[in-house]
Write a protein that binds this ligand. Structure first.
Ligand SMILES: Cc1ncc(C[n+]2csc(CCOP(=O)(O)OP(=O)(O)O)c2C)c(N)n1
Length: 369
């Protein structure tokens, strides 16, 4: 295993001191170390991975230095466009160091949404013409080679990071004073919904907790679309579902997910749909992948939602406030609820025991009945 701080210090010694990216569970320790040791001007946790590539391009042009972009391989999709149409040698030819967490590495067990992405990570980089190395304990030599390559070619280069590559580096989580956890909020929401209401929930621990709560109460899973992957698209999935059903669809989102593709809300807000109900669980963090902060507590999400067309946005910090808000949302159209929660989840939190395809089939059977 690589000593995380030594890796960070080596990057800094090579003048690689500007970081941008979206946190990843596999890069949890590195992200924690960067957060702890870089100031807020030198570590930007971006809305999505494409933004990080673009920032690294801007940074390079004003410094002649190389930005470092970190991401999970699932973020490669968001990064492809600016990598190919901005940084690419045939366009502006801008160098940067990509650090990519390799979920779903072939031969290693991982969740369904990571398997295909894991298999295609290296071929995708090859197709894009991006040189890469798989990070190993010889990291100093590898970083030296990356720097030399960037200097000679002005092209991006990637370090692909296997699971358990970095030693533990504990993050000091930003504490807040909210009362409920995400799971307690979900527990309250589930109890308030009707038997024929549908849920579309965001990727990460939200969907895992909903699955376990249904098990706990002996309920079926067929009302729930437990999104795995596709971070930031939960609201659009839910909105699409609403179009052809008159059942209520509750989208349960996270702040990281909301921010990742916030643009989608402008269009959803301008296409009012009576049965679309939006609930955002805001813990101000990417809690599912290590608790790195989002800007969720700093921006006025209620005002953003109202500005794009939501008629009312309730805020809740207690079970009682959640209950009151949901009872109003049941009656009215284009209303949203933001629940402010603390961070944290159960150590023994499991994962859905049904496959995504089983989940989809059960939901379709129910909704098309
Ligand atoms: C495109 C993409 N980038 C990064 C990830 C890794 N990832 C999974 S869950 C998550 C955090 C989600 O944060 P939020 O929506 O605030 O929910 P929370 O975990 O805090 O409940 C991240 C970054 C991903 N799945 N997909």
């Amino acid at each position: 295993m690589i000593n995380t701080k030594q890796f960070y210090d080596y990057l800094i010694s090579k003048n690689l001191d500007f970081f941008a990216g979206v946190p990843d569970s596999l890069l949890k320790n590195l992200c924690a170390c960067i957060k702890e040791n870089s100031d807020s001007k030198h570590n930007i946790i971006t809305a999505n991975e494409g933004n990080a590539i673009a920032m690294a391009c801007g940074y390079h042009m004003s410094s002649n230095k190389y930005g470092v972009v970190y991401m999970q391989n699932s973020g490669l999709g968001n990064a492809v466009n600016p990598l190919l149409s901005l940084a690419d040698e045939d366009v502006y030819n801008i160098p940067m160091l990509l650090i990519i967490g390799w979920r779903g590495e072939p031969g290693k067990k991982d969740e369904p949404q990571h398997v295909k992405q894991g298999k295609l990570t290296l071929p995708l980089l090859e197709t894009m013409g991006i040189e890469y190395m798989i990070l190993d304990s010889n990291f100093q030599e590898q970083i030296d080679k990356c720097c030399q390559y960037m200097q000679e070619t002005n092209k991006p280069i990637a370090l692909v990071v296997r699971k358990d590559s970095f030693e533990d580096y504990n993050i000091t989580k930003d504490k807040n004073n909210y009362i409920l956890t995400r799971e307690e909020s979900l527990d309250t929401i589930i109890k308030e919904l009707n038997d024929d209401d549908f849920i579309v929930s965001t990727t990460g621990k939200t969907s895992r907790e909903i699955f376990e709560l249904r098990e706990k109460y002996g309920q079926e899973h067929s009302n729930d679309f437990l999104t795995v992957g596709s971070m930031g698209h939960t609201a659009s999935i839910a909105f699409g579902l609403c179009i052809n059903t008159n059942k209520n669809v509750y989208c349960i989102d996270g702040d990281g997910s909301f921010i990742m593709h916030m643009g989608g809300f402008a269009v959803i807000g301008q296409n009012p749909c009576d049965n679309f109900k939006y609930i955002l669980i805001n813990n101000g963090a990417h809690e599912s992948v290590g608790g790195q902060p989002t800007v969720g507590f700093n921006i006025k999400i209620d005002e953003i939602l109202k500005a794009v067309g939501f008629k009312e946005v309730y805020k809740a910090t207690t079970e009682e406030e959640i209950k009151q808000a949901i009872s109003k949302m049941k009656e009215n159209s284009m209303e949203a609820l933001i629940i402010y929660t603390k961070q944290g989840s159960r150590k023994d939190l499991g994962r859905p025991t049904t496959t995504p395809i089983e989940n989809k089939k059960a939901l379709m059977k129910k909704i098309l009945k």
